[in-house]
Design a protein around this ligand. Structure first.
Ligand SMILES: Nc1nc2c(c(=O)[nH]1)N[C@H]1C(S)=C(S)[C@@H](COP(=O)(O)OP(=O)(O)OC[C@H]3O[C@@H](n4cnc5c(=O)[nH]c(N)nc54)[C@H](O)[C@@H]3O)O[C@H]1N2
Ligand SMILES: Nc1nc2c(c(=O)[nH]1)N[C@H]1C(S)=C(S)[C@@H](COP(=O)(O)OP(=O)(O)OC[C@H]3O[C@@H](n4cnc5c(=O)[nH]c(N)nc54)[C@H](O)[C@@H]3O)O[C@H]1N2
Ligand code: SF4
Ligand SMILES: [Mo]
Length: 813
């Protein structure tokens, strides 16, 4: 069915704000449409109800941070969402932004009785979950006066917007930054929870322009169609890119094409399972050891592409070492062959006990790699979300470098597949302009809770502070918007609680949410937000490789209670500071949608007019797949990388310098080449008390903690700890048993999934379950949130999350 057959809400209707009038506003819907209503919906609407001519279809979008931004079509009757469908435009093969089951369950969230409906103020202790309803006037007055007091007392470096990705792609997120910038600025973050190690270290290898989210340094998944061997390190698009226009769909084509696919993962993940893909189980956190042994085999058997390494790279062997490091056995070759660094030869026999992969299997893998005509190596972001992730992520890239399998058809650089980005000529469609921030200091994303605790002690060389030698103050005012990173999504919840609960540290916390999350329990003022389906919104594409797109529409229904749009709340606060006109430029949030759309469409003549996009709801532009670093391969001089040498730096002088000059905690290692370093709570760290490694993964029933309270999703994919039968048997644990999992930081309760789909000695716990503990009592987390167990100590260079590195003990509860 073509979208043009259907009715969409006109903006005129929206601006009138009359939802009661909606049903009558549009032309008649197509009869065939309502045949799609799920049985349950039909029952709710009175069995096989006759087609209502007055039904409306409103285009919306799923903005949770799974990264896919799928399009939704809300079917609205009498101002209520009756049911929803998804994108039905474009080519079903490649360009449909089709929602997964989470997105399709959104109505259960929007209409949930758990929605926050009134502003509240905290009456108990932070984290205790005691609130009382207040008026919007009181909320705005309190927030504004606290903001003023704290800026006056501590300066703008005491102000911070907490990480929050719950409406990624919505234009209002940046409105918070805009307001703060107009009030003198605030400290911002660099890096993120997703790719912290990659962002921190890859620029030293591939140059300053490197981004894990581009289509320059990585190939499209479909390029693997031209490959005969695909190797995936901790990469599971079937769990993490689940939308219809997403990479998982392209991956299935690669499978059908018949390329051999090998997954290296502690778990036989859902991308690998149920198919003919091969799985090589690996101990969590040891990929760099496996790669080192593969490198050893390639070198020992004369199977490396020396011409490539000498032309395009620095630091493989003595010949291409930078002057400062020559003659000291500091090359990658010296590390691998045991003539430098730890003087250990990285043979398969050396790697076998570390990785749990038999030496023979490593040899066969190396020989398959050497024999591949076109090798496609891709890593997910799981291998780098480790205490040694900075080395692991670079190590994986060594496989294509050693074999010269980069920039050619059927190859990939070792990065996760390319992302196409947003519409050409559209730097702005993503958000209301935030303007210039007078405060230029940046902190590493994962250190934000620590700044509250000990900001004054954090410096450029002990905590990765950028834009200043040190911080002048800890954060005293924190605004949380659409994030659950105060506790649930941040390492070591018990530690975080101790910091946040102390009101002398962070003096004021505001949280804008839709439901009472664990983080929201720490708010001094808690504000109920209007959800995307309840307002007029714009959004662009997420992970895709075939199209860029934009979607405009809404609202589908009215928000409950006294929910208020985050933008309007910001404008109210601006008003208290006498800068409302400057903040809004006379625009409502709806006006901004139109403004941002037109600003982009003016630069891109392919885009529909404003009237057309309102009519059609969604527009897409097809793009061609790419080969990562093709330009550099074609002409390494003209297209030199932005590294000091212009080449790929296997040895980085800059990293050597940082390793010499930064203050590192004991056990933290920064290395100029990609070595295997076990890392904190990595290989060898287990003890009698904590004899198991605990890894993690992103769960298909949730996007982080988002959707984590939706019953049907919880039932469809349970929150379970994966455990090998060998580890379960010795503990008397059976499939489905409730277990206690303890780490040096805390204890959770979680059901066991006893399965040989996980390597022995490692358990794996999906992230994002809702933390559920009495924080003023025993602190045992009955919700099974993995961050009760994880570390807050960041990685050495990037100061990023090591969420998948953790040691634990497990017992039947
Ligand atoms: N359903 C769903 N999709 C999501 C999200 C979500 O929460 N739910 N979150 C989105 C976001 S923001 C992000 S950042 C991405 C995350 O995407 P990723 O970071 O790629 O996802 P993870 O599941 O953490 O890790 C991928 C795989 O790595 C494996 N792994 C863990 N440790 C190791 C290791 O040491 N070595 C190897 N070889 N493998 C390892 C895990 O078992 C898992 O199968 O997903 C996005 N998509
Ligand atoms: N242990 C462990 N921890 C991890 C990870 C891991 O792999 N392991 N992964 C990390 C990664 S990669 C990421 S990206 C982070 C993500 O961490 P977060 O950014 O905190 O992501 P969510 O948990 O999805 O929280 C988003 C919040 O936005 C709220 N929200 C949704 N819609 C709206 C809206 O319209 N308005 C408002 N105001 N709020 C809304 C949701 O209710 C939810 O509470 O987690 C990180 N945490
Ligand atoms: S959760 Fe992700 S894949 Fe699913 S509908 Fe939402 S954006 Fe799409
Ligand atoms: Mo992420």
């Amino acid at each position: 069915m073509d979208f043009k057959d259907e009715t969409t809400l006109s903006r005129r209707t929206f601006v009138k704000g009359s939802l009661a009038g909606l049903a009558l506003a549009g032309a008649a819907g197509s009869a065939a449409l309502y045949g799609c209503a799920p049985a349950e919906e039909k029952q709710q609407s009175g069995g096989d109800a006759p087609v209502e001519e007055t039904d409306q279809i409103v285009w919306g979008q799923c903005f949770v941070n799974c990264g896919s931004n799928c399009a939704l079509r809300y079917h609205v009757r009498d101002g209520k969402i009756l049911y929803l469908e998804t994108d039905n435009t474009g080519d079903p093969e490649n360009t449909q932004m089709r929602a997964c089951l989470r997105g399709r369950s959104r109505r259960r969230w929007i209409n949930s009785p758990d929605r926050l409906t009134h502003p509240m103020k905290r009456t108990g202790k932070r984290g205790e979950d005691k609130f009382e309803q207040i008026s919007w006037d009181e909320a705005i007055e309190t927030i504004s006066s606290e903001l003023k007091r704290i800026i006056d007392t501590y300066g703008n470096e005491a102000i911070f917007i907490a990480p929050g990705s719950g409406v990624s792609g919505s234009i209002v997120q940046s409105a918070h930054q805009r307001l703060f910038n107009m009030l003198g600025g605030c400290v911002t973050r660099y890096g993120d929870y997703s790719t912290g190690c990659i962002q921190g270290v890859m620029p030293y290898m591939f140059g300053k322009k490197f981004s894990p989210y581009d289509n320059v340094h990585a190939s499209s998944m479909t390029e693997a169609l031209n490959s005969d061997l695909v190797i995936m390190f901790g990469n599971s698009p079937a769990e993490t890119r689940m939308g219809g226009g997403n990479i998982v769909f392209d991956y299935t084509k690669v499978k059908e094409n018949g390329a051999r696919i090998i997954h290296i993962d502690p778990r036989m993940n859902e991308t690998c399972s149920g198919t003919l893909d091969e799985w090589i189980p690996i101990r969590t956190g040891t990929d760099a050891a496996l790669v080192s042994a593969i490198a050893h085999e390639l070198i020992a058997n004369d199977q490396i592409d020396l011409d490539f390494l000498h032309t395009y790279c620095v630091g493989y062997d003595e010949e291409t070492m930078p002057e400062s490091a020559k003659g000291q056995n500091k090359s990658y070759y010296d590390y691998i062959m045991g003539t430098g660094y730890d003087m250990i030869e990285k043979t398969p026999e050396w790697a076998a006990p570390i990785t749990q992969i038999p030496a023979d299997r490593i040899r066969t893998l190396a020989s398959d790699i050497a024999g591949a005509k076109a090798l496609f190596v891709a890593q997910g972001w799981g291998p780098q979300r480790h205490s040694n992730g900075e080395s692991a992520t670079r190590a994986i890239c060594m496989i294509p470098l050693l074999t010269g399998q980069i920039g050619l058809p059927g190859t990939n650089t070792g990065q996760r597949e390319a992302e196409v980005g947003s519409i050409a000529g559209s730097p702005t469609i993503g958000g209301i302009p935030s303007g210039d921030n007078p405060v230029t200091v940046k902190i590493p994303n994962y250190e934000w809770v620590e700044v509250i605790d000990r900001g004054e002690k954090m410096t450029a060389t002990n905590a990765g502070i950028r834009g200043a030698d040190k911080l002048s103050t800890g954060f005293k005012f924190v605004w949380g918007f659409a994030g659950n990173s105060f506790t649930n999504q941040h390492g070591d919840i018990n530690h975080g609680h101790d910091i946040l609960a102390d009101e002398s540290k962070c003096e004021f916390i505001v949280m804008t949410e839709t439901v009472l999350t664990d983080s929201a329990k720490y708010a001094d003022i808690l504000l109920p937000d209007v959800m995307a389906a309840e307002q007029f919104t714009i959004g662009t594409n997420g992970y895709t490789e075939w199209y860029r797109g934009v979607r405009v529409g809404g609202p589908a229904q009215e928000a409950p209670g006294e929910c208020r749009k985050a933008y309007d709340v910001q404008a109210d606060i601006a008003d208290k500071f006498g800068i409302k006109d400057q903040f809004t430029e006379g625009r409502s949030s709806e006006d901004w949608v139109e403004f941002l759309y037109k600003q982009t469409a003016d630069k891109n003549s392919d885009m529909p007019s404003w009237e057309e996009i309102l009519e059609q709801g969604v527009w897409k532009q097809e793009v061609e797949p790419v080969i990562g670093l093709k330009d550099f391969r074609d002409d390494p001089v003209k297209n030199a990388l932005e590294t000091p040498s212009g080449k790929i730096e296997i040895y980085s002088e800059e990293l050597a310098e940082i390793a010499d000059t930064w203050e590192l905690d004991e056990g933290d290692v920064i290395s100029p080449i990609p070595i295997f370093d076990p890392g904190r709570e990595g290989y060898g760290a287990v003890t009698d008390e904590y004899p198991l490694y605990c890894s993690g993964f992103h769960h298909k029933a949730r996007a982080h903690s988002s959707f984590g309270f939706i019953d049907v999703l919880k039932q469809a994919a349970r929150n379970q700890m994966w455990m090998n039968p060998a580890d379960a048997e010795s503990r008397g644990i059976e499939n489905g048993d409730l277990c206690s999992v303890k780490s040096p930081r805390g204890e959770i309760r979680i059901e066991a999934k006893v399965t040989s789909r996980i390597v022995p000695g490692t358990v794996s716990i999906p992230q994002g379950a809702w933390h559920d503990a009495d924080m003023y009592g025993d602190r045992i987390d009955h919700g099974g949130c993995s961050n009760t167990l994880t570390m807050s100590h960041p990685t050495p260079l990037a100061k990023a999350t090591p969420a998948h590195s953790c040691i634990v003990q497990v017992a039947k509860a």
